[in-house]
Write a protein that binds this ligand. Structure first.
Ligand SMILES: [Mg+2]
Length: 130
């Protein structure tokens, strides 16, 4: 079983405007024991980072109301550049990856999200020595 990661004591901010997508991520991450924070807009993701200095990883949807994922990443990187941000996009357009990385995201995934791949990427940032 791929979902045997232990993220106990780690805090993951999930910026995602669609409830079903959030619930998928919540179900995927439940067994890792990570603490999850859900932000439904880019603006509220930024506000979470402003008030909380202990976020370990951010999962960033690109298409969101009130500040999209590019803008939110840009602002977040100005105040807490050390937090890894993994973007999630439904766009499969050429150049999209460059755009995401240029915005300051550390990594990215295309939707539909493959659970195994997402967990591997989160683990890479949370437990870089493993
Ligand atoms: Mg969205």
């Amino acid at each position: 079983m791929f979902n045997n990661y232990d993220f106990t004591g780690k805090k993951i901010l999930i910026a995602e405007d669609e409830r079903t997508n959030y619930l998928f991520l919540e179900a995927l991450l439940k067994r890792t024991n990570a603490t999850l924070i859900w932000a439904e807009t880019g603006k509220s993701a930024l506000e979470e980072v402003q008030k909380d200095g202990t976020i370990d990883v951010i999962l960033m949807d690109i298409k969101m109301p009130q500040m999209n994922g590019y803008e939110a990443t840009n602002e977040i990187k100005k105040i807490q550049p050390q937090i890894p941000i993994i973007a999630q996009t439904a766009y499969a357009l050429a150049g999209e990856k460059e755009k995401i990385l240029n915005a300051g995201c550390n990594d990215y995934l295309s939707k539909p999200i493959m659970g195994k791949v997402l967990l591997e990427k989160i683990n890479k940032f949370i437990n870089p020595e493993k």
